[in-house]
Design a protein around this ligand. Sequence first.
Ligand code: ZN
Length: 330
Amino acid sequence: MSKRNPISATVNFDKDGVQHGHLRLPFSRDDSAWGAVMIPITQIKNGDGPTALLTGANHGDEYEGPIALVKFIRRIKADDVKGRVIVVPAMNYPAFQAGRRLSPVDEGNLNRSFPGRPDGTLTEKIADYFSTTLLPMADVVLDLHSGGKSLDFLPFAAIHLHDDADQRERCEAAMQAFGAPYSVYLTELDPDGLYDTEAERQGKTFLTTELGGGGTARPHTIAIAERGVDNLLKHVGILNGEPQSIPLEVLDMTGEENFIIADADGLLEPCVALGDDVCKDDVIARIWRVAHPEEDPVVYTSRVDGLLAARHFSAQVKAGDCVAVIATKD
Ligand code: ZN
C-alpha cells in the first residue's frame, strides 16, 4: 500500500466561500514534541469553474509572490470568482520564515524536491502534498519566483518548450495574458525535481516568473505580480473582465550559450546593467582577485546577441555561480 502524506489541510476544498487555514505538517522537534509546521493556505471558491493554484516563496527569499498573493487574498471576495482559487503564498514556509532559499530544517530546496515523498524529509513531504493533492485539483498553475539573494532578473513570465501542441498553446496564452514586460521561453539547466516539471507532467497549464531578486521586492515588480495574477485569472474566466495587456517583448534563453557561468572565485565587476542590449563578444563581467592585483581579471564575454536578462546579485562569486544570462530577442 502506498504511504499517505501526513499533511492535513484545515480548509475544505469542496466548500464555497473564503477560507483561511493551514496545511498542517507534523514536525516533532526539540521545542515541540507533537508540533507541526503550519503552512498558510487560502481558498476562494464560488460554484463550478476552473481551479487556479497560485504559489509564492517556493524559494523562501523571493518576495514578489508572497506580497502580491497576500494582497490578492485580502482584495478578492468569493462573489468575485467563478470556480476556485487555491493560494499558498509561502510554499516552503520554513525557508520563508528564515528568509532563506532553502529550508533551515533539512536544507531542502523545494524546487528540486519534486515529485517528493510522503515519507521523506520535511521538504519532500511538502513537495509530495503538492504533487498528489493540490496539483491534481488545478487547471492552471502559477508559481511566482524571483532571483532570491543571489540573482537579479528582468521581470519576466516564462514557459518551457512543450512537445504537446495543445499544452504549449495553453501555456503560451497564459504567458501572454499574465502580461509581464518580458515573456521568456526557457530551458532549465537541470529540470529534475522542479515543481514546473511535475505540473507539466500532469498536463497542467503552467506559468512561472522571475520578477526581480536580490532578496528583496520593489514597487514595480510587485505591481507586475499583482497585475499578472489578475490578468491570468481573467484569462481563464475565474475573474470577470479582460486581461489588461501591455506591450511585451519575447525573449529566448533555451540555449547553453545564453548562460555565463563563473570558473573562478572573486569580486564581480558587472559591466552591463539588466536590460542593456548586448552584442556577441561584448564584455559582460570581470572577476577580480583583490588580494592579487598583479593578476589580470577573468573576463566573461557574451556568446550571443541579445540583452542582459539576469545577473549575479551578490558581489562575491565562486566558480560555478551563474554570472549572467544573455537572452536572445525573438
Ligand atoms: Zn525561485
